[in-house]
Design a protein. Sequence first.
Length: 340
Amino acid sequence: MSDTQLAITILWCFIFIYSIAGSIDFGAGFWSMVFSRRNPHAADIANRFLSPSWEVTNVFLVLLVVALVGFFPRAAYVLGTLLLVPVSLVLVLLLFRSAFIVYSYSVQKHELALRIVSGVTGLLIPGLLVSVLPISLGGFIHMSQGFPQLEFGKLLTSATLYAHVGFGILTELFLSALFLSDYGREAGDEQVSQHYRSIAVVLGPLALAMAVLATFTMVPEALWIVARMQEQSMWFLLSVVAFAIGYGALWIRRKNGRKGWLRLSVVAVILQFALASYAYGRAHMPYIVHPDLTVEAGFTNHSMFVSLLWGYGFGTVILLPAFILFWWLFLKDKRYLRTK
């Protein structure tokens, strides 16, 4: 495997991990807001997961940004120019969200307002992040005096932007509801678990349909990637099979009478997203931004790559035990999960 292939693989892993962890984290904030009055138990389960998890999610965001800037400095410059508005909005929303979550522990009388801020920003941030995908396809970019310029007017009137944003939001809500159904069962609250399961049952097909719609709306601005995605049809077919297994597991009745093999459903759906994102990534290669910026053109030199690789290796050795400890303390420990 070449330096560029290894670097883009590491970057893809961080993107995938953050997309899954971020979807569950932001979605939990939204459900906590929605059910704060209508279903306090469901809101409590979402908030119980959200309380320790948002810091971990931000760690992967930092790793992702550092990997992009370190491995692909020219790509960071070009993307920073093109994505100045959406990325700035994301940073502002993340700042507000993090600040309000921190203060929610000490300002109990404003708990509802804090949940609203967390929920609204949790809905907007994934939509803004997903807007990167249609921009990277190149149909909304023109070169002016040697610098890439984003055509905001054309972008804002394009159906593919709104299809991608809708896909991002529906995916976030589906993944978070699916995870919280399993989390609720782990916490011993079967009523809440079934409540989130019923939401996942509705949102799953909608998210899949929106993904298909987003593909069709890429025409005519990005006909090149539609043709390349057809070449990856086997991987997309496997992702649909994984989705069918995960969605079907929601209907399995277990020996104890509980409806839904929720753990299998979560694992299968995450596998589905891994297969689909891998196929999309292969179709997008070798471009980071079509057609002007390729992986090879944006890559750093070999010495910097080796230094960064060693840094990530040591970082993984340090962080991995902390992540395992987090998992056992907040996702598996019955004493925490069943705290009222």
